[in-house]
Design a protein around this ligand. Structure first.
Ligand code: AHR
Length: 661
C-alpha cells in the first residue's frame, strides 16, 4: 500500500468534515498520479519552530521616538536642540517690542542647562505676548480630547500675571483649547494645565502657545504637551502606534539600536544611566541620525514597552565601538563592561542590589525578565578589527555573573572568518540583510539551508527589501521615493521570510528594520520602513501586512516542504495542538501560478480551509491617505484534500490554514 492509498483508506473512515464523496475520490486519484509542485511532509516534523521567531527592532531613526512613538508633542522642549537659536519656537506678539532668546544663565538644573527667556515690556489682555511651538511637523489636535500641558517657569521681579496655555491655529485666529497657570514666582516651579478640546475637525495644523497678558520677563524650561497616551502613562506612548505593533504579535523587541546604540562618538552612545529617572533630569543626546534625542524613551520605557507587548527584551549593550571613535579591549574598555553589567543589574537585579534599588526607585520593583544580550551593533565596521577581543571581554564578564544569559555577536556573513568573533562561541549571530527584491528572491530558496546546525543560532536582527538595487537605504536618491515600500519590496520581504521560517530551528529570531518612519519631509533618513505616520495618522506598508500574515500564523512544528518545477516559494509549520498546517506561499511572478499541493503523513485533511491573501501590482503601496490600499483579504477555500490544486495570485502572498489530523 502506498502512503497515498493509506491516507485514502483513513479518509474514508473520517468524520463528515473530513469525509470524501466519490467525486473527491476521483480527483484525488488523479492528483496522486502527477507530482505535486508543493509537497508538505506533515507526518514527521523536522524541528521545533522558534517561539520567538517574529519580533521587532527599534531605535531612534526617522523620528521614530521623538515625533513618533513617544507621545510628546513639543519639539525642542528642553531648548537643547540648537545651542545658538530656539529652533521650533517662535514669538507670538501683536505690535509689541517683545523678544525671545536662549538663556544659559538661568538653568533649570545641570541636566537641562538652557532656558527660553521671554521679555515682554508691553503686554495686555488684548495684546498678549508669548512663545509658540510648532511641534513635530504640526501639533495634532482631536475633538473632545484632554491634553496634559506642563512646563517649568520663573519670572523676573515685578511680574504679577499668570501664563495662558493654549492650542490654537497657526495664525492664532482659532483657539482649540485653553487653560491658565497662576502664581508664577521668581523660583523655578513646574505648572500643569489640562487642555480640553470640544468639537473640531482633527488637524495637525496647530501650534502650542504659552502667553502672558501683563508685562514681564519669564524663563521657560521643559515645556511639554501630551495627548492621551497608551495606558494613560504621563511620559507615555502614542496609542495608535502601540496598537500597530501589538497587531503584529511580536515575540521580542530589540533595542536600543542599531546605530543609535553606538552613536557617532563614545559620548553620544546610548548612555543608559542618563536615560532613567525623571525626565527633568534627562539631558538627551545627539543621535547618529543627525538630530538630538530627548531620551524621553529611556531604558525603563523600553522595558515596560516589552512588558506591555509581552515581548522578550533583546538588550543591546554598548561595546566600545562608535562610528567615529573606537575603544581598545583591555583597561580602556573595562568601565564600559561594568556599565553593561550594571545595566543588566538594573533590568534583572533584586531590589537589594544597587541598580535593582534604582529600578525600584524609578517605579518598577519587580525585576524584568532577560534572556538575551547583544554585545555591540555591526562591529564589523570596526576597521581596527578589535571586535573579537572586545566581545571576549564582555562575554567573559557577562557569563561570569549571568551564566544563563545568551550573548549575541554581530556579524557580516560575507566577511572573511578573521572578522568574525573567534575566541568565544557566541550563542547567536546577528546578521543584517538589506537587499533588493531580486536579491532576496535569488537567495530565498537556499539561504540558511546549509548553515551548520551545530554552530551558533541565527538572529536576523535587521532586514528589509527595497525595490531598486541601486538606490540604497541611505542614498540621497531614496528621498525621491516614498518612505515606505511598495508591493514589489514586499514580495522580496515575503520571499526572505519563507527562508527564515523554513529554517526556524536555526533562525531563532528575525525583525524587519527600520520599524517606524515619520513620513514628513525632512523627518526621515532611511527607507524603506515598516510603519509610516504623521502627527495624527499612521499606516502599515504592504510589508507590514506581509509580516503580520507571517507572524500571526505560526505553528510550533517545522515541516519539510519539497518544491518541484515551480517558482512559488513556500514554507509550512503545524500547530501540534490543533493539527492545523499553516502553509505560506509567495508568488513574485506577474501571472497567477496554479499549484498542485500535497500533504503527506496525516490521517485526514479538512475539506475547508482559510486563505489570507495579499496581492497587488508591484508599484502599488499604502500611504497616509490610502492606508489600506494594499491589505490582506480572508477567504474560505473549499474542496481541499490531501492533494489539491490551488492558484496563487500574481504578485501574491498567501497563508493557507489547513485542518489536518
Ligand atoms: O536600520 C537602520 C540601520 O541599519 C541601523 O541603525 C544599523 O544597525 C544598520 O546599518
Amino acid at each position: 500500500m502506498t502512503p497515498f492509498t493509506g491516507i485514502l483508506t483513513s479518509l474514508l473512515l473520517a468524520s463528515t468534515l473530513y469525509a470524501a464523496d466519490s467525486a473527491d475520490l476521483a480527483l484525488r486519484t488523479q492528483a496522486t498520479n502527477s507530482e505535486p509542485a508543493i509537497l508538505i511532509e506533515a507526518g514527521k516534523p523536522i524541528g521545533k519552530v522558534s517561539p520567538l521567531l517574529y519580533g521587532l527592532m527599534t531605535e531612534e531613526i526617522n523620528h521614530c521616538y521623538d515625533g513618533g512613538l513617544y507621545a510628546e508633542l513639543v519639539q525642542n522642549r528642553a531648548l537643547l536642540d540648537d545651542p545658538t537659536t530656539p529652533v521650533h519656537w517662535s514669538m507670538v506678539a501683536s505690535g509689541s517690542s517683545a523678544s525671545i532668546q536662549l538663556d544659559d544663565k538661568q538653568p533649570l538644573n545641570s541636566a537641562l542647562p538652557m532656558s527660553l527667556r521671554l521679555n515682554a515690556p508691553e503686554a495686555e489682555e488684548t495684546h498678549p505676548v508669548g512663545i509658540a511651538n510648532e511641534g513635530y511637523w504640526g501639533i495634532p489636535i482631536k475633538a473632545d480630547t484632554r491634553y496634559r500641558a506642563s512646563f517649568y517657569a520663573k519670572a523676573a521681579p515685578g511680574f504679577t500675571g499668570g501664563i495662558t496655555v493654549s492650542i490654537q491655529s497657526p495664525d492664532g485666529a482659532t483657539v482649540y483649547a485653553q487653560g491658565k497657570a497662576e502664581g508664577i514666582s521668581q523660583e523655578w516651579k513646574q505648572y500643569e494645565v489640562v487642555l480640553q478640546t470640544g468639537k473640531l475637525n482633527p488637524t495637525t495644523k496647530a501650534r502650542y502657545v504659552l502667553s502672558i497678558q501683563k508685562p514681564g520677563t519669564i524663563w521657560f524650561s521643559l515645556v511639554s504637551l501630551f495627548p492621551p497616551t497608551w495606558k494613560d502613562r504621563p511620559n507615555g506612548f502614542r496609542k495608535d502606534l502601540i496598537q500597530m505593533m501589538l497587531d503584529l504579535k511580536p515575540r521580542f523587541l530589540r533595542f536600543p539600536g542599531g546605530n543609535y546604540l553606538e552613536g557617532d562618538t563614545v559620548k553620544n552612545r546610548f548612555d543608559w544611566k542618563k536615560t532613567v529617572g525623571p525626565i527633568s533630569e534627562r539631558t538627551g543626546h545627539m543621535g547618529p541620525w543627525r538630530y538630538r534625542s530627548t531620551d524621553g524613551i529611556g531604558l525603563m520605557e523600553f522595558l515596560t514597552w516589552c512588558q506591555d507587548m509581552q515581548a522578550e527584551p533583546i538588550l543591546a549593550v554598548y561595546a566600545g565601538f562608535s562610528f567615529k571613535e573606537q575603544l581598545k579591549a583591555g583597561p580602556e574598555l573595562e568601565p564600559f563592561v561594568q556599565e553593561a553589567l550594571e545595566e543588566i543589574e538594573y533590568v534583572t537585579g533584586p531590589v537589594s542590589s544597587k541598580w535593582g534599588a534604582q529600578r525600584a526607585k524609578d517605579g518598577h520593583p519587580e525585576p524584568f525578565k532577560l534572556h538575551y544580550v547583544e554585545i555591540g551593533n555591526e562591529d564589523f565596521f570596526d576597521k581596527a578589527n578589535t571586535y573579537d577581543a572586545r566581545f571576549t571581554q564582555f562575554y567573559d564578564a557577562i557569563k561570569a555573573k549571568y551564566p544563563d544569559l545568551n550573548c549575541i555577536s554581530s556579524v557580516n556573513p560575507i566577511d572573511p572568518p578573521q572578522k568574525w568573533v573567534r575566541s568565544r562561541k557566541p550563542d547567536l549571530l546577528d546578521e543584517h540583510l538589506y537587499h533588493s527584491t531580486e536579491e532576496f528572491l535569488g537567495i530565498a530558496s537556499s539561504n540558511y539551508d546549509k548553515y551548520d546546525r551545530k554552530g551558533p543560532k541565527i538572529f536576523v536582527g535587521e532586514w528589509a527589501s527595497r525595490e531598486d538595487k541601486k538606490i540604497r537605504p541611505m542614498n540621497k536618491a531614496m528621498l525621491t521615493q516614498a518612505a515606505t515600500g511598495s508591493m514589489k519590496a514586499t514580495l522580496g520581504d515575503a520571499a526572505f521570510m519563507t527562508a527564515m521560517e523554513r529554517n526556524s530551528d536555526l533562525v531563532l529570531m528575525q525583525c524587519y528594520a527600520p520599524l517606524f518612519v515619520n513620513v514628513n519631509e525632512g523627518a526621515w533618513q532611511w527607507r524603506p520602513n515598516l510603519i509610516g505616520y504623521d502627527a495624527l495618522h499612521c499606516y502599515g506598508s504592504p510589508s507590514y501586512y506581509a509580516f503580520k500574515m507571517f507572524s500571526t500564523n505560526l505553528g510550533d512544528q517545522l515541516l519539510r516542504v519539497v518544491s518541484k518545477d515551480t517558482s512559488v516559494l513556500a514554507c509550512a509549520t503545524r500547530d501540534s495542538k490543533t493539527g492545523e498546517v499553516l502553509l505560506k506561499l509567495v508568488n513574485a511572478q506577474s501571472t497567477p501560478q496554479a499549484l498542485k499541493i500535497q500533504i503527506n503523513g496525516v490521517t485526514a485533511v479538512g475539506s475547508q480551509g482559510t486563505a489570507t491573501i495579499l496581492s497587488a501590482s508591484p508599484e502599488e503601496t499604502n500611504t497616509l491617505e490610502q492606508p489600506m490600499k494594499v491589505a490582506p483579504k480572508n477567504s474560505v477555500v473549499k474542496g481541499i484534500r490531501n492533494s489539491f490544486s490551488y492558484e496563487v495570485p500574481a504578485n501574491g502572498i498567501v497563508v493557507l490554514r489547513l485542518k489536518t489530523r
